[in-house]
Every structure is written in C-alpha cells, then in structure tokens.
Design a protein around this ligand. Sequence first.
Ligand code: ZN
Length: 151
Amino acid sequence: MTKSNRPDYRKVFINDSLAIKFDIDESYSIIACEMKNNELHIRLKIKDEIFECGNCGKGEAKINEAKEMTWRHVNLNSRKTFVHMRVPIVKCRSCGKSECWTPGWASKNGLFTLEFERQIKRMGNSCSVTQIAEALGENETQIWRTLNKVI
Ligand SMILES: [Zn+2]
C-alpha cells in the first residue's frame, strides 16, 4: 500500500484514558474534544482565511461572517460523534456573491459528514430504513434523504 492510500489519521486525546483517531486534513485545527452524555463532540476550526469563490471561480472570497454548524459523524470509540465548526460565510471580491462555505468532508446543505453518509449507503444495501435509523439513532426522514442522494 502506498502512503497516499492510507488515511491521515490524527490521534486526539479526549482525556487521560480515552484517545480517538480522527481523519481530517491539515486545513483544520481540532480545538476541543469532549464527552457529553456519552456522546463525543469534536470542535474544529478552519485555518484558511481566503477561499476560492464557488460561483465565478475567479475571485478570492473573504470571510464576511460565520455560522455555527453541527454534523453527525460515524461513531468513534462506539460513541455517537458530532463535529462542530463555525463555517465562514464568504463574499467574493470579483462577482460579489456571498455563500456559506462547505467543508470538503461535509455534505452540502446536510447534517451529516460524508463519511457518515457513506456508512448509511453501505447499510442501505442490507438493512431497511427503519433498521438503519434505529441502529444509528437518527430519524428515518434523514436516512431516506441520504439514501436518495447521489454522493
Ligand atoms: Zn465570485
């Protein structure tokens, strides 16, 4: 296996006795990791301050403001896991369009990370929507939306 085929996991310590492996690239900092009600909450921060415009592709977009977002992620250490981040709302210097930027690991306009969506898709090959919803602790409507989406 070549190096590029291997996920670049980072070891994150929740406390002295619990560490998880979380796959995220170097554009992000993990600024907090905590357990709440037996759920794992990971808070990220994006390091970049300038973004490429998703509308015209020509201009640089600068952060105008930010929006607090939360995504459900695959279970880590058998715990329901959530990723939190303040997502920049960027404004293009060239075309002037403002948009909420989507991290590369998150579903567009979704509530799940792409990895969690792939897990739902895999489960969809052998389980009913009700079984998936029960196993993951999510509502059936969100499972249906994910299964009907092309990832
Ligand atoms: Zn633009």
